[in-house]
Ligand binder design. Sequence first.
Ligand code: ADP
Ligand code: ADP
Length: 231
Amino acid sequence: KPIIEMQNVSYAYDNNTNASSVLSELTFHIHQGEFTVLAGANGAGKSTIAQLFLRAKKPSTGIIKWKDHPLPSWSDHQLMAQIGLVMQNPESQFITERVDEELSYGPRQMGWSEDKRSSHVDQLLDIVNLSHVRDHNPFSLSQGQKRRLSVATMLINDQELLILDEPTFGQDAENTEELMNLLKSLQQQGKTILMITHDMGLVEQFATHMIVLHEGRCAYEGNPISFLHSP
Ligand code: ADP
Ligand code: ADP
């Protein structure tokens, strides 16, 4: 069942002197519960798509639907409660000075009790393996830890679509494995994952659905294994 539908979506940056669109009549689906990989060369338009989903940008033409309803019919609050993004640079999203406060910030805004907050924070720190640095400054964490903290922030807010923009870029093998195993277990628990990546090794191992962009157009959508083994 599609959770996101892109129907003939085009997008052009206003200041793009080159008249061609960054995205051209893109049609694809993100299915609930799947681990979708969005692949394509640098500049293909992948980050732009993530920004469209969060309404940081508006499509020039076409329709994007979230759960059968066009994006404009949802409030910002409703969308933010359901869709989470880990940017290429996760630290640009940090807002507090302690790892545990970073996690309790959202629940405090939502008025959770102190007890409920702290038990959820403890549980999540454990899941993402950050309990030992709970009193550290988020900015002082390693790259891998920063990404796991961003993922935990999405989990405490119980967002159901998790979008990750090149989460393994510049990470060592151990961090990559830890993050990928975390994402896989989240998918098995019912979360929908959309990961932007260049790494075809990860696609083969983890993806259940694949979308390939080429110069702003959808060059492939379907089974990752058929794509990887096509001549
Ligand atoms: P990243 O690749 O780290 O996501 P950006 O999203 O900032 O970096 O930029 C992605 C691509 O868009 C880069 O190739 C960059 O040169 C280009 N770009 C960013 N801002 C502009 C702009 N204002 N005008 C033209 N191209 C831009
Ligand atoms: P990807 O994430 O696949 O690397 P992007 O979505 O970042 O691609 O960029 C797609 C295209 O849009 C690139 O050609 C890039 O140069 C252009 N672009 C990105 N940001 C801007 C911007 N702010 N202004 C103009 N062009 C941009």
